[in-house]
Write a protein that binds this ligand. Structure first.
Ligand code: MEV
Length: 311
């Protein structure tokens, strides 16, 4: 077979967390939605031995020889072991539109795209819950104590209500949510902020537990507001969640500036999304003021903005 004959290809979306990041690591609920407009892609080609070529990183991983903690090699090994297959003589080309270390789930999306491409190459299928469990193993490499929300929302590609160690629940959306995602342009690996929160929690457990409880209450109210399509209430809840995330210590001057700019320009609410410390924020808009909020976010330093409708 010529070297460039495509055997299979697959992709997976990014994600945004609407409510509950960080508290979800400590057993509280969170709400996340897939981000379908930015994706990770994997394509399978014949090769002499099993390799992953990360095109954006300009890096090639020899799956048989890579270290145990290599995320590309791990998902290939786990998937092949699960299917009872030896490592195939394939090259997987991987690329992603999802900025790395920005809270948009790039790690889970890349692992999911690779797993799906391999499944397609083998002509096999896998239950989403099983696939999500494999991707969770890779998430553990990215940060030691993942809640599991990223792998679930990315694999199921549906809005989810998520509680750690439980299957995700799906819920209805009363009326479409118009969101803007804005990037501070500052990469912030999730493991850094998760570790900082862990330190804070260890130093003052009762304070952090009460902040997590307050976030859990917001999540419950947010689910009701999403179901009933009550956007102004939802916006207020986002802003309240942001205040609590600041108190937890995971906001940043850049995130605060973007949230403030969105609110002043008429957003119904705004908050960071994902690990924080940098990365992305989200703003809930009305369709009629989206353009002026995009402008305000850009003036306030957003490296890029993305319009998302969740329905
Ligand atoms: C990362 O997308 C969300 C965090 O809550 C970490 C996790 O849930 O594993 C910050």
């Amino acid at each position: 077979m010529p070297e460039q004959t495509l055997i299979a290809a697959a992709h997976a979306p990014g994600k945004i967390i609407l409510f509950g990041e960080h508290a979800v690591v400590y057993g509280r609920p969170a709400i996340a939605v897939p981000l379908s407009d930015v994706r990770a892609y994997a394509s399978v080609f014949p090769a002499k031995k099993c390799r992953v070529r990360a095109l954006d990183l300009n890096r090639t991983v020899d799956v048989g020889a890579a270290a145990d903690d290599d995320p590309f090699a791990l998902i290939v090994r786990l998937l092949c072991a699960e299917l009872g297959q030896p490592l195939p003589a394939w090259r997987l080309d991987v690329r992603s539109d999802i900025p790395i270390a920005s809270g948009l789930g790039s790690g889970a999306a890349i692992a999911t795209a690779i797993a799906r491409a391999l499944l397609a190459g083998f002509g096999a299928e896998m239950e989403p819950s099983r696939l999500s469990a494999l991707v969770y193993e890779v998430e553990k490499l990215h940060h030691g104590t993942p809640s599991g929300i990223d792998n679930n929302v990315v694999v199921y590609e549906r809005p989810i209500w998520f509680v750690r160690d439980q299957q995700p629940e799906f819920f209805s959306i009363g009326s479409p949510l118009h969101l803007l995602v804005a990037d501070t342009g500052i990469p912030s690996p999730t493991r850094h902020t998760v570790a900082a929160v862990r330190q804070g929690w260890q130093a003052n457990k009762s304070h952090y537990e009460s902040l997590f409880d307050a976030i859990a209450e917001i999540c419950h109210a947010a689910r009701d507001a999403i179901r009933s399509g009550h956007a102004p209430a939802l916006g207020q809840l986002m802003t309240q969640n942001q205040t609590l995330l600041s108190q937890i210590g995971v906001s940043s001057p850049e995130l605060d500036r973007l949230c403030r700019a969105a609110s002043v320009a008429g957003a119904l609410g705004a908050k960071l999304s994902g690990g924080g410390g940098g990365g992305n924020m989200i703003a809930l808009t009305k369709p009629e003021n989206t353009d002026s909020i995009i402008k305000a976010l850009k003036n306030a330093g957003a490296a890029r903005t993305l319009q998302v409708t969740v329905s």
